[in-house]
Design a protein around this ligand. Structure first.
Ligand SMILES: [Zn+2]
Length: 150
């Protein structure tokens, strides 16, 4: 699928992606016990059903092709490109939330951030260097202002 044409993306497709994003956020919120305001009502059963439905939309199978005399393994699917992309994202969600990396998932508590990240390093606390910089700047600002105001 890399570099392939996704094809026409309609309003229904966008709605499907928004629904999947909401479901993945709900799952991340539950797993990380997210206490941020952006993580409101979470419906675990609905989120699981939505992710599973998205994965099921694509039936893919391995195929052999001959390219320049060499045998190559390709993945074929009857689903439109946009559906394959949706299903691939949902499948990554199944891998993440159903696998061991789930325990490494964290909410980013940097000011204004709504994202989640996989804590792939013991000292990692933020989703991105930008969030880390914002937190350090805010701490510095608090130190400076508290000194100025006694
Ligand atoms: Zn962040």
């Amino acid at each position: 699928m890399a570099g392939g044409d996704v094809g026409h993306v309609g309003e229904c497709d966008l709605e499907a992606f928004r629904g999947l994003r909401r479901a993945l956020r709900d799952l991340a919120g539950v797993v990380t016990e997210d206490t941020r305001d952006v993580s409101g009502d979470r419906d675990l059963a609905r989120a699981v059903a939505e992710v599973n439905a998205a994965v099921r939309q694509t039936a893919a199978w391995p195929q052999l092709e001959v390219v320049g005399g060499e045998l190559v393994r390709r993945t074929a699917s009857a689903a439109p490109g946009v559906v394959r992309v949706l299903a691939a994202i949902a499948a990554e969600g199944v891998e993440l939330f159903g696998g061991e990396r789930r325990s490494l998932l964290r909410a980013c508590y940097a000011p204004g951030c709504v994202l989640y990240f996989v804590k792939d390093h013991p000292r990692r606390e933020w989703c991105s260097p930008g969030c880390g910089n914002r937190v350090r700047a805010a701490r510095h600002y608090r130190r400076v202002t508290s000194r100025e105001h006694g």
